[in-house]
Write a protein that binds this ligand. Structure first.
Ligand SMILES: Nc1ncnc2c1ncn2[C@@H]1O[C@H](COP(=O)(O)OP(=O)(O)OP(=O)(O)O)[C@@H](O)[C@H]1O
Ligand SMILES: [Mg+2]
Length: 497
């Protein structure tokens, strides 16, 4: 075991209505990756925001290399050698990649003139280290979310910190990018850095972490070596109980077609044909960039159609906007809920009802009581953890924001619900709740298109699976036929073309 670099002792933090952290302690050692685990809302991000000077603690101590420190703000934390990659991207969209990397600590020469070339050069090196091909002079809003995440990681690396916190860094990355990140993490270990790694993907935890600290409801539950744990045990520590059946697949009698897509073609997808039956979950598998989200968005009226047709319950439809799609019973929940799905500055209730205001309209104004009752129902149904329905969505934990986005879409009572990466950033217990929800939707005779990069989830919950690659469908499999090998085969065949 390496030397102890960081120690957080007896940290407590309250927000109005929630005790986010209650007497939590944590240690991080040189050359080790410490997994910080816990359900959505357990307090992981809050603890790390205290460490990095975003929040101030109510009580407790932070020791760095044995000495108590006071972290005043994020810049102060960086100067003390603490870098954080935030769960929510923190980049400024209309600044360039290199400007973001050096934001707040721009390099200047002795005449206080910006050393632009030098910053561009160093940014290049950092990005090369991460094995990503990004031009540092591009604006951040010109590159994909996955690349933005890599820029965020590059910025943290550029600080040359001794403690590096990664809060769900792989959420938006492709498998290849995850591998590069893990290579970098292994390098950082040999450089004796201490890494705190937050993820809901247990596979990753077993792959790169050495030790685990588990929180539940703001309290420290246990600290253990990963080598002494298996998946079931971790889940039990996190959730407080064992989870039966991870994928509670429900067989329904699928009957008539609800949606039929014929030869759909536009800028993003080519010749897409498939059908969706009542009570069916259609999984769409493929690599990031395969055009899956774009297909979902095209059906939802976000992108124009060049050729092909869409039939909803036998009637030809062509939506000019999402509003029209929603009115006709098609709803799409974005994978990027932070920027597309939710209004973060509005409260939980207003977000949930945002797409269904017609349901609450009265002769004058809105039926507030009904709004309250219905949103409360959804809050309970999918266990949204929030002190109240009037809490601003930006104050919810990442996973609970996702649940609000799902509640919002369910309230529109769609005939076809398109879920894009529905369990991304969601803890193991809540995943199970989302799967139960899929079953409830099936039972009501509605249907779901589930776009997912998680192979077990695709195999575990779909009735039928289509595999996409570069905008086209490479294969279709029934639940019975599907295996991860077959799916990978379709993807690889696509790669060879
Ligand atoms: N700024 C804030 N104002 C009010 N409440 C907050 C604020 N930040 C966090 N909370 C609350 O503190 C609790 C812990 O949230 P935190 O974001 O630390 O959870 P988390 O473990 O990171 O969860 P996730 O896995 O979903 O990201 C939650 O109940 C959350 O709603
Ligand atoms: Mg979090």
């Amino acid at each position: 075991m390496g030397r102890e670099i960081l120690r957080m002792e007896n940290i407590s933090k309250s927000f109005p209505g929630v005790k986010a952290l209650d007497d939590v302690s944590l240690k991080a050692y040189e050359g080790e990756v410490m997994a910080l685990l816990g359900e959505n809302g357990a307090g992981k991000s809050t603890l790390m925001k205290i460490l990095s000077g975003v929040y101030t603690k109510d009580s407790g101590r932070i020791l760095l290399n044995g000495e108590e420190i006071n972290v005043l703000n994020p810049r102060d934390a960086a100067e003390k050698g603490i870098a954080i990659i935030h769960q929510k991207l923190n980049l400024i969209p209309n600044l360039t990649v290199y400007e973001n990397i050096f934001l707040g600590r721009e390099k200047v020469n002795s005449y206080k003139v910006l050393k632009k070339d030098c910053m561009i050069d160093e940014s290049k090196k950092l990005l090369e280290r991460l094995r990503v091909d990004i031009d540092p002079t591009l604006r951040v809003n010109e590159i994909s979310i996955a690349k933005q995440q890599m820029v965020e990681i590059a910025r943290a690396l550029s600080l040359n910190a001794s403690v590096i916190v990664m809060d769900e860094p792989t959420d938006t990355l492709t498998d290849k990018e995850v591998d590069s990140l893990f290579d970098v993490i292994r390098e950082l270990k040999t450089e004796n850095k201490a890494i705190v790694y937050i993820s809901h993907r247990l596979k990753e935890v077993f792959e790169v972490c050495d030790r685990a600290t588990v929180l539940r409801d703001g309290k420290l539950i246990d600290e253990r070596m990963i080598s002494d744990l298996d998946e079931d045990e971790i889940i039990k520590l996190m959730v407080g109980r064992t989870l039966d059946e991870q994928f509670p697949y429900l067989m329904t009698q699928v009957s008539e077609n609800v949606l039929e897509v014929i030869n759909l073609t536009n800028k993003y997808v080519k010749n897409i044909s498939f059908s969706l039956k009542k009570g069916e979950v259609l999984g769409i598998s493929g690599l990031v960039g395969a055009g899956r989200s774009e297909l979902g968005k095209t059906i939802f009226g976000l992108y124009p159609i060049d050729e092909g047709e869409i039939f909803l319950e036998g009637k030809k439809v062509e939506f000019k906007s999402p509003k029209e799609a929603i009115e006709n019973g098609i709803m799409y929940v974005s994978e990027d809920r932070k920027s597309e799905g939710l209004v973060l500055s509005m409260d939980v209730k207003s977000n949930i009802t945002l797409s269904s205001l017609d349901k609450f309209k009265r002769a004058i104004g809105l039926d507030k009581k009904k709004e309250e009752r219905v949103t409360q129902e959804y809050r309970e149904k999918i266990k949204i953890k929030t002190p109240s329905l009037t809490q601003k969505v930006k104050n919810l934990s990442g996973g609970n924001q996702q649940k609000v986005a799902i509640a919002k879409s369910l309230l529109t009572e769609p005939k076809v619900l398109i879920l894009d990466e529905p369990t991304r950033g969601i803890d193991v217990g809540a995943k199970r709740e989302i799967y139960d929800l899929l079953n409830a939707i099936k039972k009501e005779g509605h249907c779901v298109i589930m776009i997912s990069s998680e192979m077990p989830e695709i195999l575990g919950m779909s009735d039928r699976i289509i595999v996409m690659h570069e905008g086209v469908i490479k294969g279709e499999l029934t639940r019975e036929e599907a295996t991860s090998e077959k799916i990978m085969n379709y993807i690889i065949k696509g790669e060879e073309n």
